[in-house]
Design a protein around this ligand. Structure first.
Ligand code: COA
Length: 156
């Protein structure tokens, strides 16, 4: 059984994240969405809210579960025995950052754990959580950038 992890802040989950989750869930037996508890990033949604929103959006994905962690990604990966860490690549800026992160993590991960990259769907490659937060907080339309369940909460 192949256990994969897709981690991030998900503040909030966007259609770009959802696309990566949908595709990774098809590739691996079990996919865990690991929400990072990152005190240095000022969050719009609390960890509890993010966890709740992810569970709601992903309720029909039988092999996807939602979890959270703090500290070093590699510690969480090694502790949980993930075989694969999935990352999405939207552009060359992501590539430069992700390559460095994958190389550092490679030194820290269990021998059997690999980082695997999925190319972002071009329809979503311009989206980031902070763009969604900013457009929404200034009254702009974020329809189509986040799943319906999240749109409702953000409008509220
Ligand atoms: N679609 C849409 N948005 C995407 C995306 C995609 N496919 N991929 C990334 N993004 C967005 C994210 O929402 C995030 O947006 P924001 O910065 O505007 O909030 C941004 O792109 C950066 O994404 P990411 O690099 O995944 O940041 P993150 O904060 O969501 O998660 C961790 C970062 C958890 C993966 C990373 O910080 C980590 O591993 N931390 C643990 C500490 C550690 O181990 N450090 C050493 C690493 S070598």
């Amino acid at each position: 059984m192949t256990k994969a992890l897709y981690s991030g802040s998900f503040d909030p989950l966007t259609m770009g994240h959802l696309d990566i989750i949908r595709r990774a869930a098809k590739l691996y037996d079990e996919l865990t969405i690991g929400i990072i508890v990152n005190p240095s990033k000022k969050a719009m949604f609390t960890l509890e809210e993010r966890e709740e929103m992810l569970k709601e959006v992903l309720k029909d994905y039988d092999n996807v579960k939602v979890d959270h962690f703090s500290g070093l990604l590699a510690d969480y990966v090694n502790r949980s025995g993930f075989d694969v860490v999935v990352r999405g690549l939207r552009n060359t800026t992501d590539f430069d950052y992700e390559m460095q992160m994958a190389q550092v993590n490679d030194r820290l991960f269990n021998d059997f754990t690999e980082t695997v990259f999925l190319m972002a769907d071009p329809r979503y490659s311009f989206i980031s959580s902070s763009v969604v937060r900013e457009v929404s907080s200034l009254g702009g339309n974020i329809e189509g950038l986040v799943p319906e369940e999240i749109l409702k909460r953000m409008v509220k």
